[in-house]
Ligand binder design. Sequence first.
Ligand code: NAP
Length: 538
Amino acid sequence: MAEEYDFDVVVVGAGFAGLYALHKFRDELHLNVRVYEAGDGVGGTWFWNRYPGARCDSESYYYCYSFSPELAQEWEWSGRYPEQPEIERYLNHVADRFELRRDIQLSTRVTAAAFDDEATRWTIRTDRGDTVTARFLVTAVGCLSAPNVPDIPGLDDFAGDVYFTAKWPREPVDFTGQRVGLVGTGSSGIQATPEIAAQAAHLTVFQRTPNFSIPARHKAFLSEDQAKIKDGYDEIFALTRESFAGFPFHPVDRKTMSVPEDERQAILDGLWEEGGFKFLWGGFVDLTRDPEANEIASEYIRNKIRETVKDPETAELLCPKGYPYGAKRPPIDTDYYETFNRDNVTLVDVSAAPIEAITPTGLRTMTAEYELDALVFATGFDAMTGALTRMDIRGTGGVALADAWSDGPRTYLGLQVAGFPNLFTITGPGSPSVLLNMPVAIEQHVDWIAECIEYLREHGCSRIEATEAAQEAWAEHVAEVGEASLFARANSWYVGANIPGKPRVVMPYAGGQPMYRERCEAVRDAGYEGFVLDGAAR
Ligand code: NAP
């Protein structure tokens, strides 16, 4: 039955962010909270992305919550990079352990939210017919959750099965004996390729832009690894909160050109053997800043691809050119390049000959037709803004968030939007979000929002809204730092380039965690500078 209730806080989403927000607001602030979640289970991105090979590419012992030392001590990670089912289990454990389920309504998508200026309340509507009100609306919708379904003619006429990595079915998919086509070679496609190739009769990978992928080098943990991690958690979590990107390491202070060539090669070899994201910042400090340094690392990766892939033509097609390593979110993989040595795998370059149509029996490019039994789209997301603008969120004067952001997202600290009082956006655009280890970014935002709500309560305030001036100044700073960063130099979801017509803006804040945290804390310490509280600007 449809509900009509009034809450202190409505949270949208029950992934990493929504679960912690519920715990924090309900159990520490003693607020009356309701979480709506579209999925029929908790987990957010780790609920939906259950495609073959889905595995976290940050390491388990720091891609987790730090807010509860007891939770950290009792949970055992099985290895370096947990697979999707293990993270989903972890998040279900969190939901049970903190008794969160009773305040989460599953299988319910928030479709609209409108701010009532007079009542100082949000009215929230769901696809189940609920209409509820809340003093605060907190979005915990994830940065990579609104799937990008490419507009390819004929998709509906395909006779075989169509899958999206971003909303993979719960029931296992069996590709045995099938000719499978996979579109997309970002992190998802790169993880799914070896797994599907091992099962299918034939896999055709349709690649538009090659990626620089580094071996993950996954390994299972031994009990002594687990004990060492648990003993070190205090230090690990302290480091994740102070380092540039939320990892428990500081980048080395060594420039690429400061070491002789043989030593440089040895350092890169070491990083390649170690595997993972560390390749970008664990050897040299300047890969993200100095084009010459970046090109050395980029060419190193290309040479590894050429060494691994036996067919020189395929190898060359897999070598990224024309953009620097790290400008697109770097994937890490298990046997991705090796998979192209299999007899049952073909790589098709759809930048040279674009996809024209899906036919009832397959896929047609400008130059050839491919017969397929199943199609897998690993085509990514309308990142950072899509999950927010696809909801009909309306602020003061009935202005839609989608309209307010028609030239690109503008926020104050990625936490609030001028004209949308009492709306908080966890890991919103304009905050470090996807450029940080996500659980760290999430915890920092939830803690900041909780402190802010507590402050309002202590000061008898019921309303907070970012000023236009503070938002403009912050948006300018985000743009300036973003334009100067590596991320401006490739067509990626970081800049909205994967979605036709989306304004090109570096959406996450690229200034790093330390500067961002300091700024958030300074704003708080100044009594929420840049915000208007109950009609009075601070
Ligand atoms: P993505 O990085 O945006 O990659 C999408 C791929 O689809 C790209 O290769 C893109 O080509 C291609 N594509 C899109 N539309 C197309 C079209 N119409 N025709 C042909 N090709 C098309 O998406 P993703 O792989 O899902 O990854 C998104 C992000 O999610 C990652 O960067 C990462 O942050 C996160 N992620 C994390 C993990 C993990 O932790 N394990 C795993 C998966 C994803 P272009 O490059 O030419 O646009």
